[in-house]
Ligand binder design. Structure first.
Ligand code: CUK
Ligand code: CUA
Length: 611
C-alpha cells in the first residue's frame, strides 16, 4: 500500500475515532490508529480555515498562523527590532517604542463586541518593559503603544467583552512606589497595580493598587468585573517566601465602584505620574473581593457561558470554579468570598491554563504531568456538592510540558470546540537536532470528538506564551494599507509643509544646518531619485512612497553602511532618519525582489565633506 492508499483508507478510521472529517473539507487526514494520532495536510494552494494569532514571548513579536496547517503566515513586529521590515528603525515605530527594542509578549487578545471578536484590534502585553500595544487588524501593524505607569512586569491582560472598552492589565512584580530609600528597602511597602487602559484611545484610565503579585487577567461578559489570579500573598521577595502559604486569591475588581471612586477623586497619584490610583490594599476594601483559592493559582479563564471563572492551581493539583453570579452577594457581604467557589476538583500536577469547547467541558494544561486534561464543568460542580461523579473525561499526553492551552474561540461566547492548541515549552526529541537551542513545540489537537486527537507538531521559535484561534471570516486584513492611522498623519503633515506630492515628487530639502529631508517615490524598477547629496554628519530623513498599484509588490530601502533597511508595501509610505557617515559614495538599493531589474533598482547617496 502506498502512502496515498494509506491516507484514503485511514479516513474511515479517522471518522470512527471522532476526528471531525466533515469539519476539515478537502483536507487529508491520516490516523495512525495504534497511537490515536492523526496528521493533517492542507494541500498546496488550499487555504486554512482558521487564523491563529500567537504571542512571540521574548522575541517581542506576534505571529499569524494558518490552522490547521500550522503554517506560519506572517510575523508582526511589536516590541522588537525587525530587520526585514525596519520596525523599530522607521520614524513612526521608533517613536512608539521609545528606543526600547526588547519585549516579552505573553498575552494576545482581540477586541470584543457583544461577547465575541469584532475584528478591529489585537492587544498584546510586554512583560519586559511594562507596555501594552495595539495592532490595527485592517493594516496588521501596531498603531499604538502605551507604557503602564508605576509598575513592573505587565503580565496578564484582558479586554472587556461586552464592547471595546477597557483593557485590563496586571503588573506582576511588587515594586516601591516612592523614591524614599526606606520604602525601597522595605518589601512590605511594595505594591502591584491593576491598570485600566482605554481600548480606543490607548490612554490610562485608572489604576488599582494591591499587595499581591498579579498574574493572569480575565474579564466577565457583562462589564461588571475584572479578575486577577494573585500569588505571593506572603509579600515575599525570594522564592521560598513566596510559596510558604497554602492559600492565595482570585481578586475580583468591582469596575463600577472603582470608576465612581475615580470620579469622586478618592484617588492618589504616584511619583510624577498623573494617573488616578485607587488604593485597595486594605483587607476590607470595597473595590476588590478576595476569593481564597489554593496555593499560587495561575490561569483564570471565563467559560463561554460567562457564568464561571476557572482558576488553574499551578502549585495545587486542582482547578477552582468560581460562580460569577454569586459575586454580587459576596461584595454585598451576604455571603463569604469563599462561598463563590462552586467546585474544586483535582486534575493533575501543575495546572496552568484552561480552555473551553462550548459544550460544557474545560481543557486544562498540566505542566508537570505533561498532558491536557478534559473535564466536565457540570460534573465538577456536582462532585463538589458530594455526588459520586468523576469530572475527568479524557486526557492526552503532549510533548512536552505545556504552558498555555487555548481552543478555537474559547474566550468568546461562540466557542466552537474544534481545535485546541497546547503550547509546549520543551520539544526535546520531537524534531531534528538543530544545536543547543531547541524550538518549542506547538501541538494542535482535534477536540471535535469525545476523545482528543493530536494532529500536528509545530516547532516554534522562542517563545510563544499564548494564542487565540478564530475562523478566517472573523477578520478582514486589507491588501493595501488604508492610510488612516497615526503613521500616515506624519507623512501628510510633512508633505503639506514641503508642498510635495508623496507619490510624485523626488525632492531634497535642507531643513536645517545639519538636517535634510528626502522624498523618494519609487516604482519597479526605479527610485525617483537616481542620486542625492548630503553633508557628512547630516541628519537624513528619507520618506519613501511605493507607487506600484499591485498588491504584494513591496519595495524596500537599504542604505549601504548606514544600518538602514526597511520595507514599503504597495501604495504605502515609510520614513526613516539616520546620520550620514564619512564622505563618499553609498549605494542605496531595494532589498525586496520586485522586478526582473530588481538588482538594478538602486541609486547613490553622495556624502560630501562639510566645508
Ligand atoms: S503565562 Cu506563560 S505559560 Cu505569561 Cu500566560 Cu502561563
Ligand atoms: Cu524594488 Cu526590488
Amino acid at each position: 500500500m502506498d502512502r496515498r492508499d494509506f491516507l484514503k483508507k485511514s479516513l474511515a478510521g479517522a471518522t470512527i475515532a471522532g476526528v471531525g472529517v466533515g469539519t476539515i473539507s478537502k483536507q487529508e487526514i491520516a490516523l495512525a490508529s495504534s497511537k490515536k494520532e492523526a496528521t493533517i495536510h492542507v494541500p498546496p494552494g488550499q487555504l486554512d480555515e482558521y487564523y491563529g494569532i500567537w504571542s512571540g514571548g521574548q522575541s517581542g513579536e506576534l505571529r499569524i498562523l494558518g490552522i490547521p496547517s500550522m503554517r506560519e503566515l506572517m510575523r508582526i513586529p511589536v516590541f522588537n527590532h525587525d530587520a526585514a521590515t525596519g520596525w523599530a528603525k522607521t520614524d513612526f515605530s521608533k517613536e512608539l517604542l521609545g528606543g526600547r527594542v526588547t519585549g516579552d509578549t505573553h498575552h494576545v487578545h482581540l477586541s470584543y463586541t457583544n461577547g465575541t471578536y469584532d475584528g478591529r484590534y489585537i492587544y498584546v502585553n510586554d512583560k519586559a518593559q511594562g507596555r501594552l500595544a495595539r495592532v490595527s487588524i485592517p493594516n496588521m501593524e501596531v498603531d499604538a503603544v502605551v507604557d503602564i505607569p508605576n509598575s513592573q512586569g505587565t503580565h496578564g491582560i484582558f479586554p472587556q467583552r461586552h464592547k471595546t472598552g477597557l483593557v485590563l492589565c496586571n503588573s506582576e512584580f511588587r515594586v516601591p512606589v516612592t523614591d524614599d530609600p526606606a520604602d525601597v528597602m522595605d518589601p512590605s511597602k511594595y505594591v502591584t497595580l491593576h491598570t485600566a487602559i482605554d481600548g480606543e484611545t490607548m490612554k490610562v484610565v485608572w489604576q488599582v493598587m494591591v499587595s499581591s503579585n498579579l498574574d493572569l487577567c480575565a474579564t466577565d461578559y457583562k462589564g461588571l468585573y475584572s479578575f486577577a489570579t494573585a500569588y505571593n500573598t506572603e509579600g515575599g521577595v525570594h522564592l521560598e517566601e513566596m510559596i510558604s502559604l497554602d492559600q492565595d486569591y482570585l481578586i475580583v475588581f468591582h469596575l463600577e465602584r472603582i470608576a465612581n471612586a475615580v470620579k469622586a477623586g478618592r484617588t492618589v497619584t504616584l511619583r510624577d505620574d498623573p494617573s488616578p490610583v485607587v488604593d485597595a490594599r486594605e483587607d476590607d476594601s470595597p473595590y476588590v473581593l478576595r476569593i481564597p483559592i489554593p496555593k499560587s493559582p495561575h490561569g483564570v479563564n471565563i467559560d463561554p457561558t460567562g457564568r464561571y471563572a476557572v482558576c488553574s492551581g499551578k502549585l495545587s493539583p486542582t482547578v477552582s470554579i468560581v460562580d460569577i453570579e454569586k459575586i454580587a452577594s459576596a461584595f454585598a457581604g451576604e455571603i463569604k468570598p469563599r462561598d463563590c467557589v462552586v467546585a474544586e476538583h483535582e486534575v493533575g500536577l501543575g495546572p496552568l491554563h484552561t480552555a473551553f469547547d462550548g459544550r460544557g467541558n474545560g481543557y486544562t494544561s498540566l505542566f508537570i504531568d505533561s498532558n491536557i486534561t478534559k473535564w466536565n464543568i457540570e460534573k465538577a460542580i456536582r462532585a463538589y456538592q458530594g455526588e459520586d461523579v468523576n469530572p475527568i473525561v479524557d486526557r492526552i499526553d503532549v510533548y512536552y510540558q505545556p504552558g498555555h492551552t487555548n481552543a478555537s474561540l474559547s474566550e468568546t461566547k461562540d466557542a466552537d470546540g474544534k481545535w485546541l492548541m497546547a503550547l509546549c515549552k520543551l520539544s526535546k526529541d520531537r524534531f531534528l537536532n538543530v544545536g543547543p537551542m531547541h524550538p518549542e513545540n506547538d501541538e494542535l489537537i482535534d477536540i471535535s470528538g469525545e476523545k482528543m486527537v493530536l494532529v500536528h507538531d509545530g516547532p516554534a521559535y522562542a517563545e510563544p506564551h499564548d494564542c487565540i484561534m478564530l475562523p478566517k471570516d472573523m477578520i478582514h486584513p486589507l491588501k493595501f494599507n488604508d492610510k488612516k492611522g497615526p503613521r500616515h498623519e506624519l507623512y501628510k503633515a510633512w508633505a503639506k509643509e514641503d508642498k510635495v506630492k508623496l507619490t510624485r515628487h523626488g525632492r531634497v530639502f535642507r531643513k536645517g544646518e545639519k538636517s535634510v529631508r528626502v522624498y523618494m517615490p519609487c516604482k519597479a524598477p526605479k527610485f525617483k531619485l537616481k542620486e542625492f547629496e548630503v553633508f557628512e554628519g547630516d541628519e537624513v530623513q528619507i520618506i519613501m512612497t511605493n507607487t506600484n498599484n499591485v498588491a504584494d509588490l513591496a519595495h524596500g530601502l537599504v542604505v549601504s553602511q548606514h544600518d538602514v533597511c526597511f520595507i514599503v508595501n504597495a501604495l504605502d509610505t515609510q520614513s526613516i532618519t539616520f546620520t550620514a557617515g564619512k564622505p563618499g559614495v553609498y549605494w542605496y538599493y531595494c532589498p525586496y525582489f520586485c522586478h526582473a531589474l530588481h538588482l538594478e533598482m538602486r541609486g547613490r547617496m553622495i556624502v560630501k565633506a562639510r566645508v
